[in-house]
Write a protein that binds this ligand. Structure first.
Ligand code: PM9
Length: 470
């Protein structure tokens, strides 16, 4: 077995302490509220943490999307924004940074990840085609479905078991891909949709060996592989730590090699690329590039700004360069591991191995007395906010949505509440406070009641659904 079992942070980093490789230059005060204030805010928000006002939140772990702290270089870069309608110099800086770090040939900027997902789905998916993927992501699958595609999950079975310690739970099961090819024919597969890391599985990585093997299989049938590169830097860190032959390679080398086994990528730059807004598409095929360049002017903006200001593209170009720094990734993932290991030491059920961007609390194990339609993960997010003002996000039955064919809920095996760690924002002391709050909610778990959904939007319901207590 070329892959090693995941190590704890102590094993990975030795006995010496580590610290964030940055110091704080500017501070943003946090709101401290009373339980009565939080109860009122929660009721007004329909027990949905997306509907809370951020000024009512103490530590905000809703998402790592667009919530990073930019560096002094990035803030300085904003002043270099060239806001020309066409041909902004910041676009060419961004284009060069993506080509240099990720290795793709042609770049199309978009306002954020789902803008990129929309364009690529419309460009390549024909009605009725299958889109196999290593677990669904909410916006990704929706755009694939809106373009007429049918998503099929081809992640390894271990990914659906929160306690399974497989070091690469984001891996694609090649047998599942082969059976889809055998059943539908290669021509009825739009492309393989591969994410590194896999958000809904708990931020789990895919190995280099697996993407290489997938490439070989796809080459046999002429099937393309498109990468969701949103958290690829974190994926590269896990390859460096866990996969034989990569310990001495830099994050930059690993990212470049991984991307070389794929044909194109889309990106929510709001995560790994350390900016508050932005996204992009990167492809190697000229014809596909032409199609995307045609579509971007319809939906996003000219092909040299894609819905972004020049200054946003400059900040992104700098963020891309900073995001491959080995010290940055080590402390980014190190902070997530720190929180997770503290929770594990208190016996709190979380998805293991600990992932790259978040701790995923296992809400089914928290609340075994709640049925899935009583929304255990949504309940847990509400309880955590009530206890301490910490905002987290549901990643279970609400996020999964409904099967467009039957209209019934999807019932995902994973019913999780995500504590997502923004990059370069919080300190280890914040992580201690979060861990203690989770412990308090865990200790009160037996008397906790579930929720009932009273308002359900048509698309991506988790953003705006409303609930009441049962
Ligand atoms: N992810 C997250 O919090 C943003 C809100 S939830 C939809 O995890 C992947 C792997 C993502 C992702 C967003 C997008 C969409 C694509 N792929 O939010 O549109 O995690 O920039 O990116 C969120 P945008």
């Amino acid at each position: 077995m070329p892959e090693s079992t995941p190590k704890t942070m102590g094993q990975q980093f030795g006995r010496r302490s580590w610290a964030e490789p940055w110091k704080i230059k500017m501070v943003e005060p946090l709101a401290v509220t009373t339980r009565e204030q939080r109860q009122k805010a929660l009721e007004e928000a329909g027990y949905n943490t997306f509907l809370l006002r951020s000024e009512d939140v103490y530590i905000d772990l809703l998402t790592d999307s667009g919530t990073s702290a930019m560096s002094d270089r990035q803030w300085a870069g904003l002043m270099l924004g060239d806001e020309a309608y066409a041909g902004s110099r910041n676009f060419y800086r961004l284009e060069a940074a993506i080509q240099n770090i990720y290795g793709y040939k042609y770049i199309v900027p978009t306002h954020q990840g789902r803008g990129a997902e929309h364009l690529i789905s419309q460009a390549v998916i024909k009605k009725g085609q299958i889109v196999p993927g290593n677990m669904y992501f909410t916006t990704t699958r929706l755009h694939q479905e809106l373009a007429g595609g049918i998503f099929q999950d081809v992640i390894i079975d271990e990914a659906h078991d929160p306690a399974n310690l497989h070091p690469f739970k984001g891996n694609v099961d090649l047998d599942k891909v082969q059976s889809i090819i055998d059943k539908y024919g290669a021509e009825n597969i739009a492309y393989i949709s591969v994410a590194g890391t896999v958000n809904m599985a708990g931020g789990q990585p895919i190995s280099m060996a697996n993407i290489k093997a997938l490439r070989a299989l796809c080459d046999k049938y002429g099937i393309k592989i498109y990468l969701d590169a949103t958290r690829m830097m974190e994926n590269a860190f896990f390859i460096q730590q866990r996969e034989e032959g990569y310990a001495d390679k830099t994050i930059a080398q690993i990212v470049k090699e991984f991307c070389s086994y794929t044909d194109a990528a889309w990106m929510s730059a709001k995560k790994d690329n350390l900016v508050n807004i932005g996204g992009w598409l990167a492809v190697n095929d000229w014809d596909l590039f032409e199609e995307l360049r045609n579509l971007v002017v319809v939906y996003e903006g000219l092909h040299t700004y894609g819905g972004l200001a020049g200054r946003d593209m400059e900040a992104m170009a700098i963020g891309i360069e900073e995001s491959v720094d080995d010290q940055h990734i080590r402390s980014r993932v190190g902070q997530v591991l720190y929180l997770g290991e503290l929770l594990l030491s208190w016996g709190i059920p979380i998805v293991q191995p600990i992932g790259g961007h978040a701790i995923f609390l296992d809400a089914k194990a928290f609340y075994p007395h709640l049925k899935q339609v009583e929304f255990p993960a949504q309940t847990l997010a509400a309880e955590l906010y009530l206890d301490s003002g910490i905002r987290s996000m549901e990643r279970g039955i609400v996020s999964a949505g409904r099967d467009p064919k039957t209209g019934d809920h999807y019932y995902p095996k994973l019913e999780l509440t995500r504590l997502t760690i923004p990059r370069r924002v919080y300190t280890q002391a914040h992580m201690d406070v979060v861990a203690e709050a989770v412990k308090a909610v865990y200790d009160a778990r037996e008397t906790t009641r579930g929720l009932k959904m009273v308002y359900e939007p048509k698309y991506l319901r988790f953003f705006q659904a409303r609930f009441v207590r049962l």
